[in-house]
Design a protein around this ligand. Structure first.
Ligand SMILES: Nc1ncnc2c1ncn2[C@@H]1O[C@H](COP(=O)(O)OP(=O)(O)OP(=O)(O)O)[C@@H](O)[C@H]1O
Ligand SMILES: [Mg+2]
Length: 316
């Protein structure tokens, strides 16, 4: 391999047992692998929780070294339309499976298909049922038509907990001999929202900066660092308006953050401030108002400065 190794591929599990979380899916699949047969399936779940990974592991375990000949990944949202998808499926299905009774077609983003296209897909699934199994991947199972769902074993993949994400990131940290502090991993988890692809890319980007700290993580994510925003809020609460304003300009100009990011982080922090409850509610309302103004095209520095003036009176 030339160039930079992409960690999302390098550390993608190859065996079902290496998959994190998703035990309810993995255990059933292992039984079917043993029996040498699998049904059509629907994997529903958010981005980066293992839909593609599990399908690839399944293919490896079912077919061994022939897996590439018997497994095809196709994106259902192909802009050229369902007919191209069906054509590709047909071409693939026509070739005999290698050392197996059936092949597997993995159809990514199935929920992007219109209901009409899904009807066509349903007929395709039926006409190839002798030689192919389909695994459909979707973010939302509710967007898959009932006739398809009823022909599939439906699996809902779970979101990743902070512990799951840390387990995965620690494999990479060990493999790459990196050093990362615990707060950095926490920051990665919070920014990624449990999407392990996003988490891995954040880890790789901050490692490229030479260190993995909360600061480097927020920097590569171009997201507001909570401790910077808290510092700005505390300056305002202590009525040091000029200093709060300086901090704001540092965030906007030197760190290149967007006003929306900063307001969003202020919103996250306000409920934890040590100020009277009724002032918190007042500030939540103000934050909503100023976020709206920003969305309407108000300038970032002027609007957030104006918002900060409401923090000056919030302590008592
Ligand atoms: N459950 C998991 N166990 C181990 N690694 C995982 C898991 N889920 C995701 N990953 C890692 O995150 C990356 C993306 O995973 P994957 O391609 O399976 O996501 P996906 O659910 O198919 O997402 P998308 O909806 O974006 O297609 C891979 O590098 C993979 O190693
Ligand atoms: Mg995928």
């Amino acid at each position: 391999m030339t160039g930079i190794e992409v960690w999302t591929e390098k550390y993608r599990p190859e065996k079902l047992d290496e998959v994190i979380n998703q035990r309810h899916v993995v255990e059933r699949l292992k039984v079917w692998v043993k029996q040498g047969n699998v049904p059509n399936m629907l994997f529903a779940g958010s981005a980066g929780v293992g839909k593609t990974t599990i399908a690839l592991c399944l293919a490896r375990e079912l077919y061994g070294e022939n897996w590439r000949q018997n497994f095809q990944e196709t994106n259902a949202s192909d802009e050229r339309g369902i007919n191209v998808v069906r054509g590709r499926i047909k071409d693939f299905a026509k070739m005999k499976p290698l050392g197996a009774d059936f092949k597997i077609i993995f159809l990514d983003e199935s929920d992007s298909l219109t209901p009409e296209a899904q009807q066509a897909l349903r007929r395709t699934i039926e006409s190839f049922s002798g030689v192919c199994r389909f695994i459909l991947s979707a973010n939302y199972s509710s967007r898959i038509i009932e006739p398809i769902q009823s022909r599939c074993a439906v699996f809902r993949l779970r979101g990743m907990t902070e512990g799951d994400a840390k387990e995965y990131l620690n494999r990479i940290i060990k493999g790459e001999k990196l050093k990362a502090d615990a707060n950095a991993l926490k920051a990665i988890y919070e920014i990624s929202g449990g999407d392990l692809r996003k988490a891995t890319n954040l880890l790789q980007a901050s490692a490229a900066l030479g260190k993995i700290t909360p600061k480097s993580v927020y920097e590569v994510a171009a997201q507001a660092n909570p401790s910077d925003v808290l510092e700005m809020i505390n300056l305002a609460l202590s009525r040091k308006f000029t200093d709060a304003r300086k901090k704001l300009h540092d965030l906007l100009i030197n760190q290149g953050l967007s006003g929306e990011d900063i307001i969003r982080e202020m919103h996250r922090q306000v409920l934890n401030l040590k100020i009277p409850e009724k002032n918190k509610l007042n500030l939540v309302e103000k934050i909503g108002e100023f976020e709206f103004r920003l969305n309407q095209g108000g300038s970032e520095d002027i609007q957030i400065e104006a918002l900060l003036t409401h923090f000056l009176k919030a302590k008592k």
